[in-house]
Ligand binder design. Structure first.
Ligand code: ZN
Length: 494
């Protein structure tokens, strides 16, 4: 079919732009000096305009239309890809190009202002930018509205297809009803940070242990490097270039360790996609929520388990000798599972984490519907936060300014974090039916776990919808009770 030929050619060009995006973003966050980033960001607007034109090219659209009509004749993977591409073209086209480019410029300019506002606790500085960003997102919900998707649902769909407010509302309602009372009870008593954890831990030794962890998780370093950045992240292209970053804090030993376990979880997902999907739009994870379910699986179910540290705590002690000589493995595991009400989402423990997301979800709903105005955000944040956690953020840096997502215009992104944690618990339940997960860790690595996830989740890449993959992997639709039960069961022990 000549349409297929044209499609493959155009896809190659669009992917080449994505490759440039990946490399420049990686460079900006790892090696580039801060001054060079803002100077070079002018090229981003040009690149995004060229990408817009490639995606909405009338010849490409005509070709995708033909393939869409004849999609039943295509392979399962290609049919799914054509469906998603068709939707992507229609969505992109409905955003006026002037607005699209202006928005990219706006968020590029908003980022350094946001950073300054956060550093100086000055919400007023960021306010005019955030107002314009929210304004664009509200318009986006009108441009992209369909019969079935309206308002905030339009934004949610961009990050987690087929997950709407109706589904998320049900999920968060379950958490509110079953988890919040338990969290309140657990966080009522404060467990102080032990003396040993307040030492300074050498960065080079932290790096040595993190490299060891990557080996424990069987990540093949031939296909992905690890560097440092302000906020840890994973990025890559296909199965052969999957990179992660971490951040070392001398006064916090476990921060970098858990960042590396988390990001390597993301990286294993990318690495274990079926290589035949490389060079297509179906390579990589199926959605943000499913991606996060993998990183959280390794971070929480594996990395915070006693079984894991029973095998690896000795290595940690050895690298940092004699700093941890008087700490027992039990004490260490209790420490990495301590829970308390805290202000900052990224530093929150596993139990209180979903409450941080519930707060943002409710705020986003109100912002996008227009019920809440941007200028009233700081006060509203403080009120809601106090209601949920029983403590009040002392300033906006530790409150409404703590996350970068809104500066990028990423409304609808946050709920995928909580969804991912919950999906991880559901997968854990299923995996344990096939083999004893904790027992498998006595082998010294995560190979059996990687293999199970590879076979049941990773291999599909983005060639199916995330809810379809979850159903294939667990035999069920998303069920938040697994998550609630897992958390209550685990934290009842501490
Ligand atoms: Zn993540």
């Amino acid at each position: 079919m000549k349409e297929l030929e044209f499609y493959f050619e155009q896809r190659k060009k669009i992917l080449a732009f994505q490759y440039v995006d990946f490399l420049t973003e990686w460079d900006a966050q790892t090696d580039a000096a801060p001054g060079s980033v803002s100077a070079n960001s002018v090229y981003n607007a040009t690149l995004s305009e060229m990408q817009y034109k490639l995606t909405t090219d009338p010849d490409f659209e005509r070709c995708v239309n033909v393939l869409y009509k004849e999609r039943e004749q295509l392979s399962d993977e290609l049919r799914h890809e054509i469906e998603v591409t068709n939707k992507n073209i229609q969505n992109t086209k409905r955003i006026p190009i002037k607005e699209y480019v202006a928005f990219n410029e706006l968020t590029a300019k908003a980022y350094p202002v946001y950073v300054q506002a956060k550093q100086t606790n000055n919400f007023e500085l960021f306010l005019p930018y955030l107002e314009r960003i929210v304004d664009f997102c509200r318009k986006q919900t009108v441009w992209l509205a369909t019969e079935s998707l309206k308002g905030y649902d339009v934004l949610l769909d961009q990050y987690e297809p087929r997950y709407t407010q109706a589904k998320y509302d049900k999920f968060f309602e379950t958490l509110r009803e079953k988890l919040v009372p338990f969290v309140k009870k657990k966080t009522a008593k404060i467990s102080p940070v032990p003396q040993w954890a307040r030492q300074k831990f050498d960065k080079a030794k932290q790096k040595e242990f993190c490299e060891y962890i990557r080996d424990v998780m069987c990540f093949d370093k031939n296909f992905g490097i690890m560097k440092e950045s302000e906020h840890p992240f994973t990025s890559g292209m296909g199965t052969t270039d999957v990179r992660i970053t971490t951040h070392y804090y001398e006064d916090n030993l476990i921060s970098s360790v858990f960042s590396v376990i988390h990001e390597t979880g993301h990286a294993i997902y990318e690495r274990q996609c079926d290589p035949s999907l490389n060079g297509t739009f179906c390579s990589g994870g199926a959605s943000l929520g499913l991606h996060e379910s993998q990183s959280r699986f390794y971070e929480n179910m594996i990395g915070r388990s006693f079984a894991f540290w029973q095998t690896h705590f000795g290595k940690l002690q050895q690298i940092f000798a004699p700093q941890l000589d008087n700490v027992s493995c039990e004490e260490f595991v209790r420490f990495i599972n301590r829970t308390e009400a805290s202000f900052v989402r990224t530093e929150a423990d596993e139990l209180t984490y979903p409450l941080h997301i519930m707060l943002r979800y409710e705020i986003e709903q109100k912002l996008i519907s227009g019920e809440l105005e941007v200028k009233n955000l700081p006060l509203y944040w403080k009120e809601k936060f106090t209601e949920y956690f029983g403590i009040t953020p002392p300033n906006d840096t530790l409150g409404v300014l703590q996350d970068v997502h809104w500066a990028y215009g990423n409304f609808g992104y946050f709920p995928t974090y909580a969804l991912g944690s919950a999906i991880a618990a559901q997968l854990y339940h299923s995996m344990n039916k096939d083999f004893d997960v904790e027992q498998s860790l006595s082998s010294g690595n995560t190979k059996q776990i990687n293999d199970w996830l590879g076979e049941h989740v990773h291999k599909y890449g983005a060639s199916k919808y995330p809810d379809e993959i979850l159903r294939l992997a667990t035999g069920e639709d998303f069920e938040p009770d697994y998550y609630v039960n897992y958390l209550i069961d685990k934290y009842s022990k501490y």
